[in-house]
Write a protein that binds this ligand. Structure first.
Ligand code: HEM
Length: 467
C-alpha cells in the first residue's frame, strides 16, 4: 500500500507476519481429518462466521493461510492484496473457486460463474443493456414500480421491509430488463431464493447423509424457478412488440465471429436465472438496510429530506434528477459499506501468482472478505457508525480505491452496478418523499451471511408522515 502514516493518523499499510517456514502467510494449524472435526469446523463457521473469520484476522493480520482438504486457502481483506487479486493479476485468479461450484448448481454457466472465452463473449454481448443511456431509459419504470409499492402504504401501518423490497426489486428487474410483470411470480422466486440460501449455507464439508433433505428441496426449488424462466421466454416469443432490453439481446444474440452461432436455450436460461437472482436480492438488501439505518438516524433523515425538497419538491424523480441526488447516493453507499450485499469474493489461482509478499501456487483458493475491509478503522474511523458523508469526494480521495468494493473490482466487477445504484437512489428518494419511517426495535438485527448479506430477523418499520 502506498499511503504512508500521517501524524495522528493510523497507518494504512497492510500488516502481515513474515512468511512461515513453507513461505505461506501465518494461519491456524492444519485441521485434523475426520467427521467430528469437519462437523465442529462447519458448526463454528455456520453459526457465527464473522466472529470465526474476524478473530483469525485479529490474530494473524491482514492475510492468513488456512489450507483445507489439501487445497491452499488465502483469506484476505487489505486493499493492496485485493488489488493484486482482482486487478493487477486478474488473469491469474479465476472464478472456478469451490464456492462457485455450489452456486453453479443454481446459476448454471451464467455471467457470474463462468470464465474464459464464454464469459468474455457474454459480457461483450450484454454490455449494451447497461450503458448510461439504457439505464436512464429505465428510470421512469423504476419510479412507477416504487409508486405501486407506495400505493399499498398507510400511515401507522407496520412494514416487513425485507419482503416489500424483494417484491419491489424483483418487479423492477422484471419490467426493465425482461419486459414482463413478475408480480405473480414473486412468491415462487422468493421461495426458491430462500431454499438456495439454505443449501449454499451448508458447508461443503458436511457429510452427504446429513445434506440430503436440503438437496431434495433444492431440486424442487430449481424446477419452480425454471418454470418461471420458461414462462418469461414463452411470453416474449409470443409478443409481437419489438423490445430493446436484456431479454431481447439474449434471444437475438449472434456471435460476431460466426453469425450462425446463437446462444443455446441453456445459455439463455442460465443468463436469465443469473440476472434474476443477482439483480434483485442485492439491491433489495441495500434498500432494506438503508431504510433501517435512516430510521435510527434523525440527522441523516433531516439532510435527506432537505435534498429531496430542494431537488424534487413534490414531483416524482426523473432520469435528469439522479445526478443531483448527491446525499441520497451517499446514504446508499454508506449502507453498502456497512452491509455489503456481496460480503465476500472468491477466486482460484489458475496459474502461479503472488499476493503481497507471498507466492500463491496454481490451484490455491482465495477468499476476500470485503465485509472486514469496509469495517477497517484504518480506512473508516469508528467503522460501525452510519455516516453518509464518508462518501463526500474529499473523504473518498483520502482512501485507497480498493477499500470500498460493494461491486467488486477489475474485469469481473458487477455489470449491474450503475443500474443498481440508480435504482436504489430513485427508490429511496420516492419512498422518503412520501413517508418517514419509525423503527420498532432500537437495535438493528445482526447481519446473516448467506448468498447475500441479509438481516438475521425481520426488519420492521412503521410508516409516519414526513418529519
Ligand atoms: C446493490 C446491488 C448489487 C451489488 C452489491 C452487486 C454486487 C456484485 C459483485 C460484488 C459482483 C462481483 C462478484 C465477483 O467479483 O466475484 C457482481 C457481479 C455481477 N452482478 Fe452484481 N450487484 C448488484 C446488483 C446487480 C444487478 C442489479 C445486476 C443485474 C441486473 C447484477 C448482475 C451481476 C452480474 C451478472 C455479475 C457478474 C459479472 C461478471 O462476472 O462479468 N448485479 N455483483
Amino acid at each position: 500500500m502506498s499511503a504512508t502514516a500521517e501524524p495522528g493518523r493510523t497507518s494504512t499499510d497492510s500488516t502481515h507476519a513474515p512468511a512461515n517456514k513453507q513461505g505461506f502467510p501465518p494461519g491456524p494449524p492444519p485441521r485434523k481429518a475426520g467427521v467430528v472435526e469437519s462437523l465442529r469446523y462447519a458448526a463454528a463457521f455456520f453459526f457465527d462466521p464473522f466472529s470465526f473469520v474476524g478473530s483469525r484476522f485479529e490474530r494473524y493480520g491482514d492475510i492468513y493461510y488456512a489450507p483445507s482438504n489439501g487445497v491452499g486457502l488465502y483469506v484476505l481483506k487489505h486493499p493492496d492484496h485485493i488489488r493484486d487479486v482482482l486487478i493487477t493479476q486478474s488473469d491469474a485468479f479465476e472464478k472456478t473457486h469451490t464456492a462457485f461450484e455450489s452456486l453453479s448448481t443454481v446459476l448454471g454457466q451464467g455471467l457470474l460463474t463462468t470464465d474464459g472465452e464464454v464469459w468474455r463473449r457474454h459480457r461483450r454481448l450484454l454490455g449494451p443493456a447497461f450503458t448510461k443511456r439504457a439505464i436512464e431509459a429505465c428510470v421512469d419504470r423504476m419510479v412507477a414500480e416504487t409508486e405501486t409499492t407506495l400505493g399499498r402504504m398507510r400511515i401507522g401501518a407496520q412494514w416487513d421491509v425485507g419482503a416489500e423490497m424483494i417484491d419491489l426489486t424483483l418487479r423492477i428487474v422484471g419490467r426493465t430488463l425482461l419486459g414482463i410483470d413478475l408480480a405473480s411470480e414473486v412468491d415462487t422466486v422468493g421461495r426458491s431464493m430462500r431454499t438456495f440460501q439454505m443449501s449454499l449455507a451448508v458447508p461443503r464439508s458436511t457429510p452427504k447423509a446429513l445434506k440430503w433433505p436440503v438437496d431434495r428441496t433444492n431440486v424442487k426449488a430449481l424446477a419452480a424457478l425454471d418454470g418461471v424462466i420458461d414462462r418469461v421466454i414463452a411470453a416474449r416469443r409470443a409478443s409481437s412488440i419489438k423490445h430493446n432490453d436484456l431479454l431481447q439481446m439474449l434471444l437475438d444474440a449472434v456471435d460476431p465471429e460466426d453469425a450462425s452461432v446463437r446462444l443455446s436455450s441453456r445459455e439463455i436460461r442460465d443468463e436469465l436465472v443469473t440476472f434474476l437472482l443477482a439483480g434483485h436480492e442485492t439491491t433489495s438488501n441495500t434498500l432494506s438496510w438503508a431504510l433501517s439505518l435512516i430510521a435510527r438516524s434523525p440527522e441523516v433523515e433531516r439532510k435527506l429530506r432537505q435534498e429531496l425538497d430542494n431537488v424534487l419538491g413534490s414531483r416524482l424523480p426523473t432520469a435528469a434528477d439522479v445526478d443531483k441526488l448527491v446525499y441520497t447516493d451517499r446514504i446508499v453507499k454508506e449502507a453498502m459499506r456497512l452491509y455489503p450485499p456481496a460480503y465476500v469474493l472468491a477466486r482460484r489461482a489458475g496459474r502461479d501468482a503472488t499476493i503481497g509478499p507471498y507466492s500463491v501456487s496454481h490451484g490455491s483458493e482465495v477468499v476476500i472478505w470485503t465485509y472486514f475491509t469496509h469495517r477497517d478503522p484504518r480506512f473508516y474511523p469508528e467503522p460501525t457508525a452510519f455516516r453518509p458523508d464518508r462518501f463526500a469526494p474529499e473523504a473518498e480521495e483520502r482512501r485507497p480505491k480498493q477499500s470500498y468494493l460493494p461491486f467488486g473490482a477489475g474485469p469481473r466487477a458487477c455489470i449491474g452496478r450503475a443500474f443498481a445504484s440508480v435504482e436504489a437512489v430513485v427508490a429511496l428518494a420516492s419512498l422518503y418523499q412520501r413517508f418517514s419511517f419509525r423503527h420498532e426495535e432500537r437495535e438493528l438485527p445482526k447481519a446473516r451471511p448467506r448468498i447475500t448479506l441479509s438481516p438475521s430477523s425481520k426488519l420492521r418499520l412503521r410508516f409516519a408522515a414526513p418529519r
